[in-house]
Design a protein around this ligand. Sequence first.
Ligand code: 6PG
Length: 234
Amino acid sequence: RKAAELFLMKADEAVSLKGFFTVALSGGSTPKGLYTLLAASAFRDRIRWDKIHFFWGDERHVPANHADSNYRMVDECMLSKAPVIPENVHPIPFGNGDAKKAADDYEQTIQKIFRLGKGGFPKFDLILLGMGDDGHTASIFPGSEILHEKKRLAAAVRIEKNNSCRITLTPPVLNGALLIVFLVSGQSKAETLKNVLEGDYEPERFPAQIVNPTDGRALWLVDKAAGKAVYMKT
Ligand code: 6PG
């Protein structure tokens, strides 16, 4: 609910200021409740859906109708139930199985919509992120070379542990956001969250630490179970 209120507030601000709102959505399971809530009447009727450009922070490299697709999850929970403008929904393309091409195409879409010159970086109004039990965020996993990416906006990454491929926004894009909201829930995240928020700076081990917005700010919305190691500290 807090995340939904923030989404609504940031969307209203951006639309009043510049006529549109840009958001990169996170995948996985935690944000399903948020997306469902935004499409429910209490919020749906207050959001300027026609002024929103929807992007994704990362995507499993699968077709849009695949069970693992983040696009499919967001579409089922929210986009299919709200009056969005289809041209303003920018899924990370599957690229006929060519992950590098998919990342390149996605990068070009971002450059077009944000009207970026060569070497420019987007400033998303809002980026939603989750955090894995291993401290990854988006599809930036421990030890990933993407942690050091300074130029690309999006990149294809191979996930050794399950031999899968993903496309992810890169750290400079995440850190260009005006607001980043992490949504973290569940006991399984508690230890990692304590390391991320209170441990030494070791983004190789805990990639979520790479998120440190240049001009914007990062906000962690954490439930009691996930925050018990950190929460009890106060
Ligand atoms: C994905 C997400 C990923 C997710 C974390 C947490 O594609 O899976 O982008 O970064 O946010 O893995 O996932 P849960 O919310 O399912 O715990």
